[in-house]
Structures are given as C-alpha cells and as structure tokens.
Design a protein around this ligand. Structure first.
Ligand SMILES: [Zn+2]
Length: 319
C-alpha cells in the first residue's frame, strides 16, 4: 500500500483524489516575510486563500501540492491550519525553487549538507512541525542554464530522492541534459522526476518534451493561466491557445501518462502582486473546458488529475 506525506501526516495513495501538483499558498523571494503590506492585511490574505481552496474543493479537488521552497514563504504551520479548515490535503516540499532564490545561508553548503537537509525533511520532519515533506523541489536560476549552485542542489536532491523514495519537481525544463545527467549519475530513474514549466512561452520546445517523456520523465504543463490575454501578465506568459496546442501535440503523440497539468498559482502572493484573478481553479474553469472543446475525453482528465499525480507522489522503497 503506497503512501504520500502531507502536512497532517502520511495518507494512502488512494486518498489523494484530484490533485494539483504545482501550486503555492504564497510564494515570495527571500525576505518576503518582511513585506509589511502582508502584515497590514493578514485577514484579507487569509480570507482570499480560504475562498480559493474552498472553491478548489467544490471543483472536486482533494490534494494541493505547495511547491514553495525553503525560505520562499513555506510556512508549514499555516498550511496545517488551512488543511484542517478546508479538508484539503496539503503536501509541502523540501528544497529550493532555484539556486538564485535560496537564502544566502544555504548558498555555500556542500552537496552532503544539502542531501542531509532534504532527507531530514522527508523522513524526520520540517522544523518542529511534525510534518514531513512529500517531494523535493529544485530549479534553474534565471538565465536558463543550471548554475554551479543549481547543480549542487540537483545532485543533493537526486541523492535524497534515491534515499527516501520521494519524487523531484523542477522549476523550469531548460538545460534538460545537464539535469538528466546528474539524475543518471546518482542512479535516479527519470520516472521520479517532473520536469516542470515546460509550457513557459519563451522555453517551449516540443522535441525536448518528447525526449523527456521517452526517457520516462514527466513533463509539466504547469504554468496554466499565465496568459498574455490577462491584464498585467508577467513576462513568462504566452497566448492561451499556444499553450493548449503544445499540450495537445504532446498527448497526441501518446504521452498522456507523462503529462502533468497545474497552474503554479498563488492563493495570495508574498511581496509581489501575483496575477490578478489567477488561481489553482484555472485548471477546472478554463483549461479543462479548452480541452473538452478540442475533444479530449473525461477519462484523460482522470489520468491527468488523479492517476498520474498519485503514481508520481507515492513514496518509493528507499534504495
Ligand atoms: Zn511554482
């Protein structure tokens, strides 16, 4: 019987249900906890977050994976409160969104130190919350190539994934071979890795997506809703139809079971405005209707939202 770590303790794989694999309660850069705007409106932020999570549950959503790395607003005690209030399973991660968003404290740490940190958070717990991390987050710093620090973090994550059986979620799929070579060298099969944000406009690459899928990896169409059509769209946005078409080309090649969909939304962003109106519910309210119009079946949705996340998140036997 498989299990997955949530902030309120491990649960059986079958209990995950409809799962959003890459979301945020609130992401911010290091220092975001000093954002005084946040302190001035804590009730409002809490209300908005509850509304969005409750709507997620009304859509049938049961599990919310918060991909916020250490020091980027990851607040496990807050996640525990939200999980109890909404009945939604929340999974927290260990790791960093990318090297350049890690706190200075961690930037000169060795691979061994980082490995021990990630293993500790998956097997013992995060700080003194009693909660264990359910996945390991890594990412590519700005510039598109893995920095020396990124490589150290990827290698530590790979070692921790092998030791604990937890999966790895990446921020960005750029420079894929550098990442894949590190995973290979550490003996981590690519079916334990979600190469995320493959749908970001400036980095979209069908051949890369196919290469990752053929090696057994998961490809994340997980910045859904950052559409250029939206007011104040950030630089990584792209026309909505382009993203849908990239996704359809991918699944039409037979890679439905390698695809992950999520919105990378913030319930309430920290220290930046976030994207107005954007939420985890974009998947239900906008993306699935787009796919229905394109003739994608309800069975495919079940694969995307239930079966794939369950298989990916289930902790493997440590090796
Ligand atoms: Zn994210």
């Amino acid at each position: 019987m498989g299990k997955v770590n949530t902030v309120l303790g491990p649960i059986a794989t079958e209990d995950l249900g409809i799962t959003a694999l890459h979301e945020h309660i609130g992401f911010g850069l290091p220092g975001c906890d000093l954002d005084t705007q946040w302190w001035k409106k804590p009730d409002e932020a809490f209300d908005v977050t509850l509304q969005r999570l409750n709507r997620f549950r009304e859509h049938g959503g049961k599990t919310f994976v918060d991909c916020t790395g250490i020091g980027n607003g990851r607040d496990v005690e807050y996640f525990q409160v939200l999980s109890r209030r909404t009945g939604i399973h929340i999974v927290a991660v260990t790791g960093f969104v990318a090297g350049d968003s890690a706190l200075p404290y961690f930037r000169n740490k060795s691979v061994e130190y980082l490995t021990d940190l990630f293993v500790h958070e998956v097997t013992v717990g995060i700080e003194d919350t009693g909660a264990k991390a359910g996945a390991i987050k890594v990412g590519v710093s700005r510039g598109g190539k893995l920095s020396e620090l990124d490589k150290r973090i990827y290698r530590a994550a790979a070692r921790a994934a092998v030791k604990t059986g937890a999966p790895i979620i990446t921020h960005l799929s750029t420079d894929p071979m550098t990442a894949i070579n590190i995973f290979d060298e550490e003996g981590l099969p690519l079916n334990r890795v979600l190469m995320g944000h493959a749908d970001v406009g400036q980095d979209a690459d069908d051949e890369r997506d196919e290469m990752i899928a053929k090696k057994g990896g998961y490809v994340g169409f997980d910045t859904l809703g950052y559409d250029t059509e939206v007011e104040n769209a950030p630089y990584w946005s792209r026309p909505r139809k382009e993203r849908v078409d990239q996704f359809l080309r991918f699944i039409n090649k037979g890679f439905l079971d390698r695809a992950v969909v999520s919105a990378d939304a913030n319930c309430c962003a920290l220290g930046w405005p976030g994207l107005k109106g954007h939420s985890v519910n974009y998947v239900f309210e906008e993306f699935l209707p787009d796919l229905r119009k394109a003739g994608v079946s309800e069975d495919a949705f079940e694969q995307l939202l239930v079966h794939t996340p369950a298989k990916f998140l289930t902790l493997q036997e440590p090796r």
